[in-house]
Design a protein around this ligand. Sequence first.
Ligand SMILES: Nc1nc2c(ncn2[C@@H]2O[C@H](COP(=O)(O)OP(=O)(O)OP(=O)(O)O)[C@@H](O)[C@H]2O)c(=O)[nH]1
Ligand SMILES: [Mg+2]
Length: 341
Amino acid sequence: MSSKKGQRNNLSLEQYAEGVAEGDRATLARAITLIESTKPEHQALAQELLQLLLASTGNAIRVGITGVPGVGKSTLIDQLGTNLTAAGHKVAVLAVDPTSERSGGSILGDKTRMPRLAVDDNAFIRPSPTSGTLGGVTKTTRETMALCEAAGFDVLLIETVGVGQSETAVAGMVDFFLVLMLPGAGDELQGIKKGVIEIADMIAVTKSDGDNVQRAQLAASEYRAALQILTPISPNWSPPVITVSAKENSSIGELWDLIEQHQSKFAETGELEAKRQEQAVRWMHDMLEERLRARLRGDKAVSRRLSELEKQVRLGQAAPSLAVEEIVELVGLGPAAKKSG
Ligand SMILES: Nc1nc2c(ncn2[C@@H]2O[C@H](COP(=O)(O)OP(=O)(O)OP(=O)(O)O)[C@@H](O)[C@H]2O)c(=O)[nH]1
Ligand SMILES: [Mg+2]
C-alpha cells in the first residue's frame, strides 16, 4: 500500500492492468494510488488503465451507506461484510469523506472499527483520500469502484457520513442507497434532513438490541409513516424500514436479502441499467464542470480579470452578462458561446 514504493518503482500500464484483472490486492492498491495522484503523468496513465479495464466493470452490487456520526455504519459494514465473505462474496469497502481532515485521516482510517473485515482475505478496505473537494473525492471513489469491480469484487460498500452534500454524491454512484437511523423517536425524526429520506432505498434503524429494542421499533414505525407520504422513486419499490443490530448480527441477513431483492427486481425491469447509464452520463458532466471550474480558478490572468470585473459589477459599472462574456472569451470559449447566443 506504500505510495513511496509506488513512486520508486512505477508499473507499466500492462502490469497495472494484469495485476488488477488477476485480483492482486497490492497492484489494486497501487492502481488506486495512481488514480488519487494529481500528477499529470499519473492522471494520463490512470485514464488509460480505466479505459482498458472498462469492459470488466459493472459486475458488482453497489451499495451506499449513510447516517450521522456514531449511528453504527462501520460496525454494520464489518458484520455485513463478514457475513458476505463467509457466503463466498468478495467485498470492497470505500469511503466518501471530503471532511476527512477532521480525523487527520478519514472515516475509514481507523480500521479498528472494522476489525474482522480488516483482516479478511476476501475484503478490501480503502480509506477516503485525505484531501480534496467533494468533486475530487467522488471522482476518485467512482474510479476506485471501477478498479475494484475489475479486480473481481462483487460487493461494493460505500460509507459516507450524513453531512453536507456527500450523501447525495454517494446516492448518485450506487445501485442501492441505505440510510441508517438511530433508535428513538420524535425529536430525532425532526432532526434528520428530510432530503435524505427522499433518496433512501431502505431505512435501517440501528442498535436494536438490549434496552434499545423498543425505541428502535418506535423509530421504525415513525419512519414508515414518514415514508408513506412520499412518492417512491420507483413504482416497483417501496423503501422498507427495518430494525437491525450489528452487534448481535440480528436482521443483517434480512437487510441483505432486501438489497438483493431490489437488485434483481431492478435488473428485471431495466431500471438498473437505466440508472447506471444515467449515473455515468451525469458523472461525465460533473467531471467536465469540475474541470472547467478548475481551469477558471487556476488561470492567473482570468482570476485577476475576474476580481476587477467583480468590482465593476458591484459598483454597477459593468453588466454581469458582459463580464461573463469577457471571461468566457478569455478562457477561449468565446466563439462557441457567441454562436449560440
Ligand atoms: N448496542 C449497539 N451498539 C452499536 C451497534 N453498532 C454500533 N454500535 C456502537 O456505536 C458506536 C459507533 O459505531 P460506529 O460503527 O463506529 O459508527 P459510525 O457510524 O461508523 O461512526 P463514524 O464513522 O464516526 O461516522 C460504537 O461505540 C459501536 O460500538 C449495535 O448494533 N448495537
Ligand atoms: Mg465509521
